[in-house]
Design a binder for this molecule. Structure first.
Ligand code: AR6
Ligand code: MG
Length: 304
């Protein structure tokens, strides 16, 4: 079952990215339109998630310099994946000699980025450290530091990784309790912005009006306006990968990234078998992503 959850998480993340990628920046949309354009092609979200997995596997854990070089190598091979402004800028600074742990602090006038780029790629950290909170937080922050030095960017990644971890630990055969799930996340976060968002998510459970959900939780490119939204989308229907994903993408906005983060949590809960075959079958580089998930699982098994 654990192996199925590792595979479900990484494949789920890539499927969510691919499903949402046609709707990045769109308004709220009808769920029955979402599948029309599904090509299985994914964007920078999955490209960077692959980089995180490759580096964790190569080093049997986190090595900041190696992960930064892996991101750079992947980016230079396929720069057209839809990267935002921040990461490529950081890559150029590192290439010109700036240390991997310092470069991202230069972004946005020294504030660092609070974009959702560190959270969208964090799934491999969530599975590998699902039963070790301290390591999970430390590696989630470490991998963020490469491109996202702002506290909200880093905390968003840690929260997303922890949501994945909780989903790995939860047993599919007993009903998942959304209030208990949100409470665990609230206890985990050390940031008030996220704590308030999780309280809002709790209040909104079962809300029918999508515009209200967007207004209160957000659907933007900022980590604090998308990570809680992905968690909420998973909780919309925890037992169904398909329903959670349709819901996440229907909110529009940063649909590929909210799709990727929802897919990572949902896939980690339901397992690979419950990710619809029609989506898996068309997913770009499915075999390679499955191979990475399996290697992470093997490392986990050896560590235990
Ligand atoms: N001050 C002002 N604006 C900011 C700040 C800040 N401190 N931090 C972030 N932004 P970026 P990402 C805004 O560039 O997080 C892809 O399409 C600013 O507009 O660090 O990797 C993926 O699919 C900045 O450009 O990149 C995701 O949707 C933007 O947030 C997304 O891009 C994104 O931060 C991930 O982007
Ligand atoms: Mg996006």
């Amino acid at each position: 079952m654990l192996k199925s959850k590792f595979l479900g998480c990484l494949i789920g993340s890539a499927v969510g990215d691919a499903l949402g990628s046609s709707f990045e920046g769109s308004w709220v949309l009808e769920e029955n339109r979402i599948e029309e354009n599904f090509s299985g092609r994914w964007t920078d979200d999955t490209h960077m998630m692959i980089g995180v997995a490759e580096s964790l596997i190569m080093n049997h854990g986190f090595d900041g310099n190696h992960m930064a070089q892996t991101f750079i190598k992947n980016y230079e091979q396929e720069p057209w994946r839809g990267y935002a402004y921040g990461p490529p800028q950081v890559f150029r600074w590192i290439r010109s000699g700036v240390d991997w742990s310092q470069a991202a602090k230069r972004l946005f006038g020294g504030a660092g980025s609070y974009g959702n780029g560190a959270a969208m790629r964090v799934a491999p950290v969530g599975v590998l450290y699902y039963d070790d909170l301290e390591q999970l937080r430390s590696v989630a922050y470490g991998q963020s530091q490469i491109t996202h030095a702002h506290e909200l960017g880093k905390e968003g990644a840690a929260l997303q990784a922890y949501a994945v971890a909780l989903a790995v630990k939860a047993d599919m055969s007993s009903q998942l309790e959304p209030y208990a799930f949100l409470k665990e996340l609230k206890d985990f976060t050390i940031n008030d912005v996220y704590r308030r968002k999780l309280e809002t998510a709790e209040r909104l459970l079962g809300e029918k009006d999508r515009l209200r959900v967007i207004k209160e939780l957000g659907n933007g490119i900022e980590a604090h306006n998308s990570v809680p939204t992905a968690i909420y989308s998973f909780l919309h229907c925890p037992q169904s990968f398909e329903k959670s994903l349709f819901y996440a993408v229907s909110l529009g906005g940063d649909a590929d990234t909210i799709g990727a983060m929802t897919g990572a949590i949902s896939g980690a809960y339901v397992g690979i078998e419950s990710v619809p075959e029609r989506w898996k079958a068309r997913l770009e580089r499915r075999g390679y992503i499955e191979e990475l998930a399996e290697k992470l699982w093997l490392i986990k098994r050896r560590l235990q």
